[in-house]
Every structure is written in structure tokens, then in C-alpha cells.
Design a protein around this ligand. Structure first.
Ligand SMILES: [Zn+2]
Length: 431
């Protein structure tokens, strides 16, 4: 497993933090340092058609070693890291044969990775963990995915007795700032379906995510001297407050889980004359998602009706923009691609953890761009911060899953299954 560790460390020690304020692709030039290394490595292990376009998107091919035609599949991951926490000067630390207790990340600053707080740690007792030194994130999100895909391809090249069809790999910049799918050329990729290797703990398999929209609601007001304002003043801040109170109680992020949707007020700024309320709307169910948006419009109408006489024009102006949609709609018509991944895990003795994502993924956008793309675990935990860690054994299992999916694709009879591409439609950026 040393080669997995070495490869992973060679990636995480290159700073590839993305930047939401930048307009370029990749958003930061430094991402290209790793991109260039990945291109070199893909060529070195024997991949063909290795390309990096002007936006930094990398694609490569492992040709089929079969006599007969099977579907072309793809594996995708991203090489940037989250701007939520610094990714500069990552100094990975390795804990072998983890004893199930506290891991001191940084003695000087008293930073400890403890199973008392991070309960998931316990399941990795006896394994080899890679952690940070407490001053940076690790970047297992998603350099674990890169490591796994390249190592699996290397294995397939070195072991030609393992039969597989044509496999495409794709590495993107800027996933962490919601742009990873933006310039992904689905046509050029040419796979019938793909998997992002970008999930968290071992066993994760995801093909459902939120439908998402953002609302900007502007409240107008009338400022009058408070001593003489009876019947005249309209305080837009209080209007916003009343509006929030009209939303269903408890349907907020901190009180929901699983398939429960929510409204999330994330920004509120105002004066008497004008208040702007920003909220996001999330729901897995398309009908309920629409109902939530309708509710916002209905409350808006109610307020406008109530103040029509006194204010003379619309007192509330609401704009709602869809951000992304649940990939389930695109994946369900080709559900066998999820079944295939599930079977691969079961064949390897991995318990599949199939659960809805309470967010979006690049896979959801790719799915709406014509490339159905469920998400598979990459093995890491506590992404985007100093407590991030990844067990090597989980990375090895992810490599095994990729190889197994390749094998199963070669032996499964897809003629009975309908492989039709979902219709193209546009989805907006994820939030
Ligand atoms: Zn990721």
C-alpha cells in the first residue's frame, strides 16, 4: 500500500486551493501545477489520448481489452481543494495501526483528532490513517479520488488478464467553488455513464441530491419621524421579519435530515426604507420543491395585497433562481448503473451506504448535461478543515471498487437494459 500513500502525498503537498472571486478557469494558476503532474503520470502509466484543455480539464483513455463491444464508462474527480481552509504547506502525518484513541495533530497548539468527538474514527481501529498536522486541510477531497482512479488504471494496465471495456477518466478544476462541471465537455468525454469518486466514508453510494433554488426578497419601506408616524411609517425590517414568520416552522437546516427539505435564511440586511432577505430552498422531491417556491410567491402576493393601498406599488419584490436539480431524475432511467456499483461493493464485502446527498455534486450537473453520474466514496472524513483524514484501507477499497466496476461492465449483459441518454437540459450552479 506504500505506493498509494506515496502517490496521495505527492498530490496533497501541492497547493491547489480554488478561489470563488476569480473569473478565470482554473480559478487559480497553482492548480495547473498538479494538473501537469497528473498528465505526466497518466502518460507514464500507459493511458492513451491524454489531453488537458485550455481550462485545465484532463481526460484520458484506457482502451478496451475485449473482443466484443461494451459500454464506455468514466471515472471523474477534481484536483482543487476548498477555499474554506488553507491548503498551502500540507504536512501529512501517518498513524499506522491506529489504536482507537486520540491522535495528536499538533502538540504545540493542542490540536487533537479525538474519537470522543469524531465517532467515525473508531471503525478504523487497526488501520493506517493519514491526517494533517493541524494547520491545514488534507485535501483527501478529492486527491483521494485522483489517487484511486490513477492507481486502478495502473492496475488494469499491468494486469491485462482482468477484462474491461473502454474507460475514460476525467479530472476537473474548481469543483469546490461550484464550477467543476461548467466546462466539462461531455461529448468529448464520450462515456455512456460515469462515477465521481468524491464521496466520504467507505461504502457511500449516492445518486440523489437536492433540488436547489435561491431567493432574493426585497422589502420596501417608508421612513417617517417615529414620533409622528402613526399610520404612516412602514418599517421594511419588520416586514421581512413577518415574512420569515410565515414560513413553516422547523423546516430549517438545523432541524431537518434525510429527505426533509428546508428554507434557509442566510443573509439579511436592512434599514427602514429597504431590507433584502436572501434564502435558499432545498428539497429532494421535485413536487415539494415547486411547492416551496410557490409558497414564497404566495406570501409575496399576500404582502403586496395587504399594502397595496398604503404603499401604492408592490412592497415586496421576489426573485427566485433555480440552482441545480436532483440527479435522481436523470439516473433513475438508467438505474442499472447504480446497481452495478452496488454489486461491485457487495462482491468486495463492502456494505453499500446508499443515502441522499443534502447538497449538490458535480455529478448532478453532469447528469443533466447528458452524463449520468452517481457518486462513490473516496474514503476521507471531515472535509474542508484541519480534522480531515483518510484511512489507506478505504482508499484501497475504492480502488478495488473501480476495478470491479470495470470487470462487471465487461461481463454484464446490457442488451436487456436500455442505455439511452437522458435528455439534455440546463442546470444552474450549485450553491
Ligand atoms: Zn470533493
Amino acid at each position: 500500500m506504500q505506493h498509494i500513500i506515496d502517490r496521495f502525498i505527492s498530490y496533497v503537498t501541492i497547493d491547489t486551493e480554488s478561489d470563488p472571486k476569480s473569473d478565470t478557469t482554473p480559478s487559480t494558476k497553482k492548480q495547473l501545477v498538479l494538473a501537469n503532474l497528473l498528465v505526466k503520470e497518466l502518460k507514464a502509466i500507459g493511458m492513451i489520448e491524454v489531453t488537458k484543455d485550455t481550462n485545465g480539464y484532463i481526460m484520458a483513455t484506457l482502451p478496451s481489452n475485449l473482443e466484443h463491444e461494451v459500454p464506455t464508462i468514466g471515472f471523474v474527480s477534481h484536483y482543487d481543494t476548498s477555499p474554506d481552509f488553507t491548503g498551502a504547506n500540507v504536512k501529512p502525518q501517518i498513524t499506522t495501526n491506529y489504536d482507537g484513541g486520540d491522535i495528536i495533530l499538533n502538540a504545540e497548539r493542542n490540536i487533537v483528532l479525538s474519537p470522543n468527538y469524531f465517532k467515525d474514527l473508531i471503525q478504523y481501529k487497526g488501520q493506517t490513517l493519514i491526517t494533517t498536522d493541524g494547520t491545514t486541510l488534507l485535501g483527501a477531497d478529492d486527491k483521494a479520488g485522483l489517487t484511486e482512479i490513477i492507481t486502478a488504471m495502473e492496475y488494469l494496465i499491468q494486469n491485462p488478464t482482468v477484462k474491461h471495456g473502454k474507460i475514460r477518466v476525467g479530472f476537473t478544476p474548481d469543483e469546490e467553488i461550484g464550477r467543476g462541471a461548467d466546462k466539462f465537455d461531455v461529448g468529448k468525454f464520450g462515456a455512456q455513464w460515469a462515477y465521481t469518486m468524491d464521496g466520504s466514508q467507505i461504502g457511500e453510494l449516492e445518486y440523489e441530491n437536492f433540488n436547489a433554488a435561491g431567493a432574493k426578497i426585497t422589502f420596501k419601506g417608508k421612513s417617517v419621524h417615529p414620533g409622528y408616524s402613526k399610520g404612516k411609517m412602514i418599517n421594511s425590517m419588520l416586514l421581512a421579519n413577518d415574512f420569515i414568520n410565515e414560513l413553516p416552522k422547523g423546516e430549517i437546516p438545523q432541524e431537518t435530515k434525510g429527505y426533509q427539505g428546508f428554507f434557509h435564511v442566510h443573509h439579511l440586511t436592512g434599514s427602514i426604507e429597504e431590507t433584502v432577505l436572501e434564502l435558499i430552498i432545498r428539497d429532494h422531491n421535485a413536487k415539494k420543491f415547486k411547492k416551496r417556491k410557490d409558497l414564497i410567491h404566495d406570501i409575496t402576493k399576500k404582502f403586496n395585497k395587504k399594502f397595496a393601498k398604503q404603499f401604492g406599488e408592490d412592497i415586496v419584490i421576489t426573485e427566485i433562481k433555480d440552482q441545480y436539480y436532483n440527479m435522481k431524475e436523470m439516473v433513475e432511467p438508467v438505474m442499472f448503473i447504480v446497481d452495478l456499483a452496488e454489486k461491485a461493493m457487495k462482491d468486495l464485502g463492502i456494505k453499500p451506504l446508499i443515502k441522499p446527498i443534502r447538497g449538490g455534486t458535480d455529478g448532478s450537473r453532469l447528469s443533466y448535461m447528458g452524463l449520468p453520474c452517481p457518486n462513490i466514496f473516496a474514503g476521507g472524513h471531515n472535509f474542508h478543515g484541519k480534522y480531515e483524514y483518510v484511512p489507506i484501507e478505504s482508499m484501497q477499497k475504492a480502488i478495488d471498487v473501480i476495478i470491479k466496476i470495470a470487470e462487471l461492465t465487461a461481463t454484464t449483459d446490457f442488451s436487456v437494459k436500455e442505455i439511452t441518454k437522458p435528455k439534455k437540459s440546463k442546470s444552474k450552479k450549485k450553491k
